[in-house]
Ligand binder design. Sequence first.
Ligand code: NOJ
Ligand code: CA
Length: 569
Amino acid sequence: MAELKWWQKAVFYQIYPRSFADGNSDGIGDFIGMTERLDYLADLGIDAVWISPHFPSPQFDVGYDVSDYVNVAPEYGSLDDFKRFRDEARKRGIRVILDLVLNHTSHLHQWFIESRSSRDNPKRDWYVWHDGKNGAPPNNWLSPFGGPAWEYDQATDQYYYHFFLKEQPDLNWHNPEVKKAMWDATRFWLDMGVDGYRLDAIGTIFEHPAMLDHRSEWTQEQMRRALKNGFAHGEDKELTKKWDLMYGLQVDQDGVHRLMQELRVVVDEFPERMLVGESDDIEFYGDGSNELHLAFNFPLMNTKHLNPNWIRNNQTARLAALPPGAWPCNTFNNHDSSRMNSRYGDGKNDEAIARAVLALVLTLRGTPFLYNGEEIGMSNYRLTDLSLFRDPPAVWFYEKEIEDGSSPEQALILAADNTRDRCRTPMQWSAAANAGFSPEGVQTWLPVNPNYVQGINVANQQDDPKSTLNFYKRMLQLRKQTPSLISGDYTPLHETSNDYFSFLRRSADPEQTCLVVLNFSDKARNLKFNLKAGAARCLFSTHKSENEVLSLNALNVAPFEIFIGELIS
Ligand code: NOJ
Ligand code: CA
């Protein structure tokens, strides 16, 4: 185990800064709040945090529109507040990675303000500018956030390209000055001691140079309805094809891997740092040592029905495709996706299923990433008023629905079910007003999910041994104490079962083999394993006692049981 790097052993926890902890009572999360909650995170048992963008930003895309890469958004605090957070995190053994948004800046970034000021401004070529074609945009490319990917700039009579919002113009990564400026910003935080980066939307860096029109016959509303504000569902191959037809010329283009190799050289100037890419494309691992350290296994979560066949097939394909030396990375949640409780549940056993999914992500081979609030079982919140929406693609979708003839009520429900706001509501710290996120009477930036009064809050769960929070703590502790769950290889067992998922994790140094059985069904089972070892000592089970020795010739597994046992001969 000793030879593993810290980021291979760590469990990461994503902090969405606007919603995590409000330290100055203005309804918006900040670094003072985050620092105050470090003891909570240490006690929870995570090893590293990824902080979504904390940079100054006009917040058109909640910080993913950066207007200054080397500073802290004033509502989140100052550079000194950041440094204090970093120091306090370090004292508790918590590593910190930041979010690096390379593809685009805010339209209010000084670079873009200069770039759009005139055609011969020295920064003109820092962004993607083109002449129109017969009074129309250069081609028919679209932004998945809604509408054309080109915005007309009257002052200079050209169009600029934006894969995301028009307030997020794409940088021109062919320009060496752009690279230099961004690598300088990258070094700025590494110099300050951050442990690495999550790379935002890395596949969108380059566009197809021929700029040919896409040939999709679908409208964007059709696509949007089919996707339900998620990314292409891996299980729906037809939908994936349709997505590629619409947007394929704008993503995963030549040159991005050379660029990642350059970035890796920059990051390797600093010891022990890491990069995780917001892409499921295995090519981002390069040869296993020359691009990103990790790329998220999104296909695992991109299903409506998480069942053992899906998981097993995913693992078989993914692990086989990794280049030598590459390390897997699994996740089920982030600030763009539905909350787990609201996603894989069957309406009856939602919590048990969510627990099984946590056990899965913590026992599969690879580095797990968790999302804030999952540990208390937060669920999606449905907004009831358009003025409360903060996620622009959802507002665009609402307007399109109305144009297409939906009633305002219908359009609101559709938009509210799909907006990313649903999983971004403030963290629920207690049963006090505003869930203890902000004091009573303060208007929080997104409404607090009222279910905090029903025990979905940290304070109520701390003292309840049966709570989701204490389940998370136990599972995180177990992972830390069980070397094979971190460094072990993976062998699937009982490969035809679609009710329960069972597998072995075996490590050589120290020698240990664990059997994991996750029952995703409401059926009890009696299982026989043909293993050399005839018995297992229970390390964790939702139904059995710790240290109980169990025969593997007839292992009783209860509905939705999670069982993790160490093989004994
Ligand atoms: C991916 C981020 O996760 C998402 O929240 C954001 O809107 C886009 N990239 C654009 O930066
Ligand atoms: Ca605040």
